[in-house]
Design a protein around this ligand. Structure first.
Ligand code: CTP
Ligand code: MG
Length: 239
C-alpha cells in the first residue's frame, strides 16, 4: 500500500453550463466519474483512491459507489469533502490520506493526483505516470501544444508570443512523492497562492518537475464539445 490516488471531483462544472457537476454527465451511457474511476480500479498498485467531493453531493456519490463498486466502496475507494478551489480540494484529499493508518506505515509513498473530469485516462498511461513518479519524484503528463499560444494583457492586446516548440499542455495524472507534495500544499495554502495544477504547487516550492508524454486523447471534459469528442474517442476504442 505505497501508491494512492487523489481524484478531485468537487467542482461545479460552470464552463460546461449543464447546471450540475459535469462528472455526472453521461459519456456513452456511463457517467464521467465512472470512466475515470475504472482506469484507477484497473491498476492493482493503486491501493486507495480518495475521491474528493462537494459536501452537498456526498450522499449521491456514496450511493453511486455502493452500486457501481459494492466490494470496494468505503475500503479501496473513500470519499472526502472538497473545498472552494481545486487546490483546496486536492489538499483535503492529501490530508485525508495522511490519516489512513496503513499509509503511515508504508516506506516511500507515491500519490497520483488526477482530475475526475479527465475520463479518458487509460490504465497504461496511469501506469507510465506511476513508473515515472518512482523515478523522478514529481511528474506530470503533458502534450505538445498544437496552437500557437499568445500571452495577452487585460485589454486584449498581445504582450508576448512564447516559442511553441518549448510549450506543453499539462494534463493529469500528476504523480509525486507523498511527503514532498503534502509539504508543498501546506506551505502554499498558508501563503494564499493558488495554482490550477499540482505541478504548479510543486514548482512554487522549488521542486524539479519532470514531464512525460501524455496523450491528446486524455482530454478534460470542460465544455460541451469535449463531451462529443470524448464519445467519439470512446467509440473508436471500442471498435
Ligand atoms: N474540482 C474540485 N474542487 C473544486 C474545483 C474543481 O475538486 N473546488 C475538480 C473538478 O471536479 C474537476 C477538476 O477539479 O474534476 C478540474 O477542474 P475543472 O475542470 O475546472 O472542473 P470544474 O471546476 O468543475 O469546472 P468549471 O471550472 O468550469 O466550473
Ligand atoms: Mg474549475
Amino acid at each position: 500500500s505505497n501508491v494512492a490516488a487523489v481524484i478531485p471531483a468537487a467542482g461545479l462544472g460552470r464552463r460546461m453550463g449543464s447546471g450540475r457537476n459535469k462528472v455526472w454527465l453521461s459519456l456513452n451511457g456511463e457517467p464521467v466519474i465512472g470512466h475515470t474511476l475504472r482506469a484507477f480500479m484497473a491498476v492493482p498498485a493503486v491501493a486507495r483512491i480518495v475521491l474528493v467531493v462537494h459536501a452537498d453531493e456526498e450522499e449521491i456519490f456514496r450511493t453511486y459507489l455502493e452500486n457501481a463498486w459494492p466490494d470496494q466502496a468505503g475500503t479501496r475507494i473513500v470519499l472526502t469533502t472538497g473545498g472552494k478551489e481545486r487546490q483546496d480540494s486536492v489538499y483535503r484529499g492529501l490530508q485525508s490520506l495522511e490519516e489512513w493508518p496503513e499509509w503511515s506505515r508504508a516506506g516511500r509513498r507515491l500519490v497520483a493526483i488526477h482530475d475526475a473530469a479527465r475520463a479518458l485516462l487509460t490504465p497504461q498511461l496511469l501506469e507510465a505516470s506511476l513508473a515515472a513518479g518512482w523515478e523522478y519524484g514529481a511528474v506530470g503528463v503533458a502534450v505538445p501544444v498544437k496552437d500557437t499560444i499568445k500571452q495577452v494583457d487585460a485589454a486584449g492586446y498581445v504582450s508576448a508570443t512564447p516559442e511553441r516548440a518549448a510549450l506543453r499542455a499539462i494534463q493529469t495524472p500528476q504523480v509525486f512523492d507523498f511527503e514532498t507534495i503534502l509539504a508543498c500544499y501546506k506551505r502554499l495554502s498558508a501563503s494564499g497562492r493558488y495554482f490550477s495544477d499540482d505541478c504548479g504547487v510543486a514548482e512554487a516550492c522549488g521542486e524539479r518537475v519532470k514531464l512525460i508524454e501524455g496523450s491528446y486523447e486524455n482530454l478534460k471534459i470542460t465544455t460541451p464539445e469535449d463531451l462529443w469528442l470524448a464519445e467519439a474517442i470512446l467509440r473508436r476504442r471500442a471498435d
